[in-house]
Design a protein around this ligand. Sequence first.
Ligand SMILES: C[S@@+](CC[C@H](N)C(=O)[O-])C[C@H]1O[C@@H](n2cnc3c(N)ncnc32)[C@H](O)[C@@H]1O
Length: 262
Amino acid sequence: MREIRFHLIERIKTKTFLQGLKFYAGYGLRNIFQIRKNHNEELLTEEMTEEKIVENFHKLYYENGERTMYNTYWMGKRVVKSPLDLWIYQEIFFKIKPDLIIETGTRHGGSALFFANMCDLLDKGKIISVDIHRDDEIPEHDRITYMTGSSVDPKIIQNIKKIIEEMTKEESLSVIVILDSDHTKKHVLNEMELYSDLVSKGSYLIVEDTNVNGYPVEPNYGDGPMEAVNDYLSNNDDFEVDNDMEKFFFTMNPHGFLKKTS
Ligand SMILES: C[S@@+](CC[C@H](N)C(=O)[O-])C[C@H]1O[C@@H](n2cnc3c(N)ncnc32)[C@H](O)[C@@H]1O
């Protein structure tokens, strides 16, 4: 209101009283009759559909990786995930209350530390994080076991199974698997075949970075995680895509949150 009054006074001062009055009356009428469109409607013009807004934001986020996904920290450790996806992880962990979270692809260890800290809050759970390279600065935490080697190396699989055997007493374990290592279709499909059996019924196999190869980023990536998921699901019926995990519109893992149904 103060701004309008100022505007009007300024107009009067500059002898354009009629102009000022027109502005004031127009503003008043628009507000009284709520002629001004709802902001969301303005965004959802014909060209700017909901899908387009999400796609554009996804591209903006991804193409500015140095500012966004490579500049995201959990407790001072870099984590290459979007905060919205991390929140979904937190909701999944609360629901599943996992005994074990297996992650392929450690990188800086920020995701492993995030998982471990979520387990601290739940007061249960261990993390196994596998990477072919070992970063010197990865965070130490009692709940985390790091393994160095390829996620599809039979020795690594054997070591993971040994830990599961040791942890399994009378009751079966609830296990979540997160695939975030080499993102080529061949490797991800191989991982899905090797790790899907380790996921407990009702729990999740999360395939990260299904957004590459045009979904909607990096259109020239080549076959990647999305193609691996599609291939796997067309030959197996033990998992289904949980679209509810995409409720925040933007996720780096579209169709990548797979719930074990049998
Ligand atoms: C996207 S980063 C992991 C990011 C991490 N999970 C996070 O959220 O912060 C991918 C990692 O996968 C590792 N990697 C690549 N090929 C692999 C393989 N065959 N087996 C295990 N890890 C691999 C890379 O060394 C790299 O550290």
